[in-house]
Design a protein around this ligand. Structure first.
Ligand code: 3HC
Length: 285
């Protein structure tokens, strides 16, 4: 096995998902967040998923206990110091990520590889902040992490081949298919997916059809597993808007102009599934 102890910084939807599949794969996981309520919410999500798997007969209660036993939590980043790999999955904001990598660079053992789950920010810039850019790499997971099979592995300007190989190997160990992508805004999946989601929000704003019909159209007319507006809600409209704004700035192309509908939802605090409301209402389910 390439590693035995994996750190996850951030216990939100992505971090909890990464911690879940890693614990399932038999790795010792250290899950860190800044507030106990975020840690508890992450543990609850995992627990719910394992309960569901147990009720379907996919795992036993003993498996569930074993997975849970593989997870240690902390509110202190120094708990990550002897992990061989730390995957960061905190807010999609370059300054906050750089600060986190600065701290991780100081705290972690010199051999620790630091990975970021950024949706499309610069790995090189994040790596530079860490003081160990040769051991910083992008590992981009997809939501919901336990279901989506891909990890995009993205080297920055100074990332060594050995670091990339470790990220590829760990992705396989935790049950994912890794592909290598060049450092460019959005890498592969978001480069193609995000403009589609933004366009769906433009279409909604222009009144082309109702939210329900836009989604039904893409499900029945293009065989998408989920409609684009429901996918905005799943990804998080706040996250999506940050990514679209980043694309607009980086590419300087009007095709990435953020849809007003995304801005309005964010201004209203309606980020999608996680807040109970987005393009659709989840409070009644
Ligand atoms: N966590 C864990 N498991 C989940 C889950 C979740 N949040 N949501 C669904 N599942 C599981 C279900 O338990 C079920 O498992 P089973 O096969 O063992 O019974 C399986 O997934 C199918 O779920 P459902 O039957 O309830 O529902 P669907 O058939 O609609 O599938 C879906 C749900 C897999 C989420 C499907 O809607 C889908 O593929 N959606 C598209 C997801 C997508 O495109 N994600 C990428 C977003 S982009 C991104 O993340 C990048 C970021 O940087 C922005």
């Amino acid at each position: 096995m390439a590693i035995s102890k994996l750190g996850v910084l951030g216990a939100g939807a992505m971090g909890a998902g990464i911690a879940q599949i890693s614990a399932q794969a038999g790795l010792k996981v250290v899950l860190v967040d800044i507030d106990q309520k975020f840690v508890d919410r992450g543990l609850q999500t995992m627990n719910k998923n394992w309960e569901k798997d147990a009720s379907k007969g996919k795992i036993t209660q003993e498996d569930k206990e074993r997975f849970l036993g593989n997870i240690q939590t902390s509110l202190d980043k120094s708990a990550l110091k002897d992990c061989e790999l730390v995957i960061e999955a905190i807010i999609e904001n370059i300054d906050i990520k750089k600060q986190a990598f600065r701290e991780l660079g100081e705290i972690c053992s010199p051999s620790t590889v630091l990975a970021t789950n950024t949706s499309g920010l610069s790995i090189t810039e994040i790596g530079a902040a860490s003081g160990r850019p040769d051991r910083v790499v992008g590992m981009h997971f997809f939501n919901p992490v336990p279901v989506m099979r891909l990890v995009e592995v993205i080297p920055g300007e100074e990332t060594t081949e050995e670091t990339v190989e470790l990220a590829m190997e760990v992705s396989r160990i935790i049950g994912k298919t890794p592909i290598r992508a060049k450092e460019a805004p959005g890498f592969i999946v978001n480069r193609l997916l995000v403009p589609y989601l933004n366009d769906a929000a433009h279409a909604y704003q222009e009144g082309v059809a109702s939210a329900e019909d836009i989604d039904l159209a893409m499900k029945l007319g293009a065989n998408m597993p989920i409609g684009p507006l429901a996918l905005c809600d799943l990804v998080g409209i706040d996250v999506l808007l940050m990514v679209v704004e980043h694309f607009y700035k980086e590419f300087g192309d009007p095709k990435f102009r953020p849809a007003l509908a995304l801005k309005q939802k964010v201004r209203a605090g309606h980020f999608g599934v996680k807040t109970g409301k987005g393009f659709f209402d989840y409070t009644k389910k």
